[in-house]
Design a protein. Structure first.
Length: 160
């Protein structure tokens, strides 16, 4: 299976929403409410451009099987929306998507990359920790339909 990585387009909305809904469906109580809680999924490329960032998708046979983006503010990258279809996991897609964000952060001389991840997403936590992100103890509670609690992770990019 050949995976292609490319910058997302606003027209990727349907495929992206399908991917994220499928990923949410793996976890009891996770609900994707695009209209009320994640409207940026409908115009993902424009949204991330407005946030001084970028968004990528991984696709195979014209089907989106992975996604990731970042926003950038005051020297800090925030990694967002890292998802990989369960049928294509364990093939390095998530790592490659993280590579794209980390390379952009280094190119833009960011001080750090931060992220928030649902406490239920244990596989993601393992990936972040293997990649040198620290955290997983500080949390926040979102007032959303999923009753989400998220862990905070950070990776310093400072030299020295």
């Amino acid at each position: 299976m050949t995976i292609q990585y490319r910058s997302a387009l606003d027209s990727d909305a349907s495929g992206l929403i399908q991917l994220i809904a499928k990923c949410y469906g793996e976890y009891e109580g996770c609900i994707l409410d695009v209209d009320q809680e994640e409207p940026q999924l409908n115009y993902i490329a424009s949204y991330f451009k407005e946030k001084n960032g970028q968004f990528w998708v991984a696709e195979t046979q014209k089907r989106i099987v992975g996604s990731v983006g970042y926003t950038y503010l005051d020297g800090i990258f925030e990694l967002k929306h890292l998802y990989v279809d369960s049928e294509t996991r364990r093939q390095g897609i998530a790592s490659r998507l993280c590579d794209l964000v980390e390379a952009a952060a280094i190119e833009r001389k960011a001080e750090a990359i931060i992220l928030w991840t649902d406490t239920r997403f244990h596989q993601a936590h393992s990936l972040y920790e293997l990649r040198g992100y620290t955290g997983g103890t500080r949390s926040r509670t979102l007032q959303d339909l999923s009753n989400t609690i998220e862990y905070y992770y950070e990776k310093s990019l400072r030299v020295g």
